[in-house]
Design a binder for this molecule. Sequence first.
Ligand code: 13P
Length: 280
Amino acid sequence: MLVNMRELLADAQRGNYAVGSFSVANMEMVLGVLKAARELNAPVILQIAEVRLKQSPLEIIGPLMVAAAEAANTPVAVHFDHGKTIEKITQALDIGFTSVMFDGSHLPLDENIEMTKRVIEIAEEYDAAVEAEIGCVGGSEDGSEDIAINCTRLEDAIKFEAQTNVDALAIAIGNAHGNYKSTPKLRFDILEEVEKNTDLPLVLHGGTGITPDDFVRCAKTGIKKINIATATFDSVEHTVRTCYDDKKINGYYDLQSAEVEGAYQNAKKHILIFGTDNKA
Ligand code: 13P
C-alpha cells in the first residue's frame, strides 16, 4: 500500500532500523524491488532522482511507481530524490509521490533553509514528507560529476532542525554517490554527534559500496533511510549479462525476467542487511 514516508521513518525510529530507498528506472526494477519487499514482508521506498528524468520521464515513470506502491501488499513510500526545481517537485507531488527531497546542499545554509521551507509549504498541501540535505555528499546522482565531500557540521544540523519542519535530513559523513574508488571511511564521530543533538530521522545517500557492518552501525546511529542506486543498476546489468553468457535468454521476455531478477536480488540483500525484513 502507498504510505507517507513520515510513517515509515517514525516506525524505523521506534524499531531502530533503516528503510531502504531504492532508485528505479523502469517497470522491471519496480517489480524486482517490490518482489523482495513482499517476500521479506518489508516496508520500502521507491525513488527516482530529478537528474534521471531524461532517461525515465516523470510523467510516465511517476504514475507507474505510485500505481505499483498502491498495489503492493507491504507499505511503500514513493519519493522524489534530489529535487532541484520547484517545477519538478510540484509535478511529483501532483502525480501522488508521498515524499520529496529538496537538495539545497550546494547553497549557503540560510538559502538552503529558506528554499526547504518553501518546499515544505508546497508539500503540506499534499500531506507529503520532505527531505533536505546539508553538507555535500560526494559524486553526483548520475555519476557525471565528482563533487568533493563536504561533511555536515553539527551546528548546521541543529540550526536546520530548529528553523525548518523537515521530516528527514540527509547528512554527509564521507559517503558519496556511485562506486567508491576504495572502501569509504565513514565519519561515525560526526554521525554520533548529530544523532545525539537532533531528533530528526537521518538519511544516508551513496549506499553503494558501504560495508554491511557500516550499514548496521549507521542504522543504529540515527540513519533511518538508506539510498541505494548504483548497486541496483549494476546488479540488473550484471544479471542480464550473466544470463546471456549462460544462454538463458531466448527472446525479449527472458531479458525482462533477468532485469526483474537483478533488481530483486539487490533489494533483497539490502533489506536483510538493514534489518527491515518482517517490519511491514
Ligand atoms: P548510490 O548510487 O551510491 O547507491 O547512491 C544512491 C543515492 O544516494 C541516491 O540519492
